[in-house]
Design a protein. Structure first.
Length: 78
């Protein structure tokens, strides 16, 4: 039943209205994913701050960059 519906949907790819809805959905999905990643990177960078002081290491200036980029896989999993 699912395979049959899949092949029926493939048969509709020639229809301009169906293709417009499909491309709009794919475009919105990509735009929202990129926006969510950018928002999380900005939010984590804001929350961590520019520099973090750690015992035995002193001031670490790259911690905000590391935390921001480490949050990207978290967004992709959500």
């Amino acid at each position: 039943m699912i395979v049959n519906a899949f092949f029926l949907a493939l048969g509709q790819l020639g229809d301009a209205r169906f293709r417009a809805v499909l491309l709009r959905g794919i475009g919105l999905t990509l735009a929202l994913l990129i926006g969510a990643c950018a928002l999380v990177i900005w939010g984590v960078g804001w929350a961590v701050g520019d520099a973090v002081t750690l015992p035995w290491l002193g001031t670490v200036t790259w911690a905000d960059d590391a935390a921001s980029w480490a949050a990207v896989p978290l967004v992709l999993l959500l």
